[in-house]
Design a protein around this ligand. Sequence first.
Ligand SMILES: [Ca+2]
Length: 302
Amino acid sequence: MAGETPVLRHCLVAACVIAALVAGCKKSAPSPAPLPAPPPGMVYIPGGQTRIGSNDGLPQEQPVFTADVKPFFLDIHPVTVAQYRAFVQATGHITHAETYGDSGVFDFETGEWSLVKGATWHHPFGPDQPAAPDDHPVTQVSWIDAVAYCEWAGKRLPTEVEWEHAARNAKNGGPTYAWGDSLVIDGRYMANTWQGQFPKFNTAADGYLGASPVGAFGATPLGLTDMGGNVWEWVDDWFRPYSERGKPYEPTAESKKVQRGGSFLCDPAVCHGYRVSGRADAPPDEGLCHTGFRCARDAPVQ
Ligand SMILES: [Ca+2]
C-alpha cells in the first residue's frame, strides 16, 4: 500500500488476525446437541438440580431439599389396562390381588374401604362390577406387580425424586401442580379428583366418579398427563422421612413404598396429594382400586 507505515502495517495485520480468529470461533462454536428421541409413549425429562418437597406441605414433604437428577425418559401416562393385559398374556404374570383372592376397594355408597373377593386389575371394584376399560390406568397392582411390568417393558419405576422433578417440569421449582397453579383453569378441571365432601358426597363435577381414561386430564408443558389425580402411582423408593435421606436403610416387613400423584379419591380438604410434592405410602404387596404406576428409562446424558 503506497505511503503505508510499518506501524500501520502491523495494525492492519493484527486486525486481520483478530478478524480471522473471531470468524474461526464463530464457525467452530458447538451447536446444541439435539435432544434424545424418546421411545414411543415416553417423554424426555431433562436432568438438572431440582427442589423436592414443600415447606407448605405435610410433614412428610419436609424438609425441602435439592437433588441432582440425570436425564431420563418417563411414560406419558400411567400404564393402561390394555398395556398390562399384553404383559400378562406374554408372561402369565399373576398379581398379588389374584394370589390373595381379594383386594382393597373403596365403596362410594358407604364411604369405606374393604377387601373384596375377586377384585383384580381387570375388575378393580370386584367381579360383579364393570370391567376396567382398556384406556384406563391399570389398578389393583402391587409395587412388585408394577416392577415386573416395567422390567418386561425394558423399563423401570421412576425414583421419587425423578417423579417430582418431572412433575415440576424440570424447572427446579414451579407451580403447585404439574399443569399450573390451579385445579380449574378456564372452567376446565385439570385433574380427576374428588369434588364435594369425602367420603360420601362426590359431585363428580370433573366428569368422573372413579378412574378416567389416561390423557383426559392435566397435560403438562413437558407433554405428560395424569401427573396429579386419577390414580396414585408407585415409585421406586422405600417411604422414609426426608430427614433420613442418605442414611443407611434396611427394609423390614413393615416397610412401605412411596406413591405419588394423588387419585380420584383426593378431596383437597382431606388429601391434597395431587400437588407435585404430595406423598403416600403402602406395603409393596398391596393393590388398591385407585393405585397404578408409570415407567421410566435411563436417557443419554447430554
Ligand atoms: Ca373425579
